[in-house]
Design a protein. Structure first.
Length: 523
């Protein structure tokens, strides 16, 4: 018979290799063989929550609770299970313990309010008004007061949710969608539509669902959904404090409580990806259906996570699929970006061109699309078409520093319209003096004119702003070499070499070995 520690070691190894089913099986066996082993139970709990093996997670949590070794964050799993079972007595017991443990005591008024609402015992708003609601707890309480007012069908509910959404930053769209879902479910379409201010894709998708008389997922009108929403916000707050692993645990518990919340799946996936678990993160996004208000955002996230996992072809497949049926401008832009990641610049430019053919109010400035198309054409070695695209971007946005810099620098390195190119770069620098890339462009323009002291000062400034930038450090090295500062030149080139690839790496290595020559000059 295998020992518990042997099973535990295999479970850890399997989890590290991404074999989550095998890891879960070994953790189950190890925990069964040694139910009082705190190390095994703790690691089994952490793995099981992330992997979504809820039976294992609950067994491990209960084993730790029996030994009074359950950590405060893990207690939320037992609280969530009490909410799911509508066991309000057990829920209150867990909340009382959370209050005694203090670490997450700020959440207690919100938790008690949702229990009061769903159990029908007590006044939810009175729970939120409890003494001691201050600091971070006050922010949570204010948001959930609005959600509870709406769930209680109080007339001021829609206005309070709108007010909370305006204060919630990027999460404001989620609160509007959740509130509209509650109102639409009650048959109050007018109030639901009135709550949907803005043009975010999730807001637009929710409008379409309501106008078509279809249900909107993600309503917050129960203790389950209320706790899930609080856990999602807590996960984001913890991530902001660089406690991402802890945040991902709360987000995964939220997905168990509210599996119809697209936001919960998105946050859980994002935090797992931040821990280099890209493919597990991608798999979570499959739980968000095509009719979810956040489906468009999920598709963008899936593409980004696939790229992060190194599966660029998989990302391309997802991006291409979005352009086959009634594509939006954003779909073509996304495809262009993926083609760019793959180094297929001509196809990238074509996709940006298709985006320009579509007129929709997606918030994407037309000049930016021309700039992206011009950049892709430039990298595809189609300079005549690139120049036309960049000039169109300039006509549309003559005061955008990135347009000025790109058009100016692209002409400068080709020695075309040199005086005009320098004028454009100077204007870009005036508008964005702290931008390292633009500062580098101006420094390089001065270098090409032989004004070495001024050029070096600017290139040094650029290098301080972006110390890992290959092009900036190579430019600085060339300028040092021209000024006779050979040792500093080699230091700058070595800094450039750290991240250099391909032709640039070969060229910079040669300069370090033999010094600058005209054939090895940077662009």
């Amino acid at each position: 018979m295998r020992s518990p520690l042997s099973l535990y070691a295999e479970a850890r190894a399997a989890a590290s290799a991404g074999a989550f089913d095998r890891a879960s099986a070994n953790f189950v066996a190890a925990l069964a063989a040694a139910p009082d082993n705190e190390l095994i139970a703790g690691q089994a709990l952490t793995h099981a929550v992330i992997a979504g093996n809820w039976d294992l997670a609950l067994n491990a949590a209960r084993a730790l609770e029996r030994q009074n070794k359950l950590l405060p964050d893990a207690r939320f799993l037992l609280l969530a299970e009490a909410f799911r079972a509508r066991d309000w007595r057990a829920a209150r017991t867990q909340i009382d313990t959370i209050e005694r443990e203090q670490l997450f005591g700020f959440a207690v008024p919100v938790l008690r309010a949702w229990v009061a609402f769903s159990s029908g015992e007590g006044d939810p708003l009175a729970a939120l008004d409890a003494a001691g609601v201050s600091g971070i707890g006050a922010g949570y309480a204010a948001e959930h007061r609005a959600l509870l007012l709406l769930a209680m069908a109080r007339p001021e509910g829609p206005a309070e949710v709108a007010r909370a959404a305006r204060s919630a930053g990027p999460r404001g769209a989620r609160l509007r969608v959740a509130g509209a879902a509650v109102l639409a479910a009650r048959g109050d379409r007018a109030a639901a539509l009135a709550l949907l201010e803005g043009n975010a894709p999730s807001i637009q998708a929710t409008r379409r669902l309501i106008e078509a008389g279809r249900p909107v997922p993600g309503a917050i009108a129960s203790a389950d959904a209320g706790l899930a929403e609080m856990l999602v916000r807590l996960a984001l707050d913890l991530h902001g404090q660089e406690l991402t692993a802890l945040g991902s645990m709360f987000a995964r518990i939220a997905t168990r409580l509210a599996p119809d919340s697209g936001e919960a799946w998105m946050v859980a996936a994002e935090l797992l990806a931040q821990q280099e678990r890209h493919m597990l993160a991608v798999s979570l996004l499959a739980n968000v259906g095509p009719d979810d208000p956040f489906a468009t955002s999920v598709r963008e996230q899936r593409i980004r996570l696939l790229v992060g996992a190194g599966d660029r072809e998989g990302a391309l497949e997802v991006a291409l699929a979005a352009t086959r049926t009634a594509p939006t401008r954003a779909d073509w832009v996304r495809l262009g970006e993926v083609y760019g990641e793959l180094g297929r610049q001509a196809e990238s430019a074509e996709a940006f061109g298709r985006a320009l053919e579509i007129r929709d109010d997606d918030g994407q400035a037309e000049w930016a699309l021309w700039l992206m198309r011009g950049g892709a054409l430039d990298q595809a070695n189609n300079w005549p078409e690139a120049r036309r695209a960049l000039q169109q971007a300039y006509r549309l946005a003559p005061e955008q520093p990135f347009v000025l810099n790109y058009l100016g620098y692209a002409q400068l390195i080709r020695r075309e319209n040199v005086a005009e190119a320098e004028r454009l770069i100077r204007e870009a620098h005036r508008l964005a003096p702290d931008n390292a890339a633009i500062t580098d462009s101006l420094g390089w323009a001065l270098y090409l004119r032989g004004e070495l002291p001024e050029a070096i000062a600017l290139l040094e400034q650029a290098a301080r702003g972006e110390p890992a930038d290959v092009e900036i450090n190579e430019h600085l090295g060339d300028a040092y070499f021209a000024a006779g500062r050979r040792v500093e030149a080699r230091f700058a080139w070595k800094a450039a070499l750290v991240y250099a690839e391909g032709e640039a790496r070969t060229r910079i290595s040669a300069k370090i070995d033999t010094g600058w020559t005209r054939a090895l000059a940077a662009r």
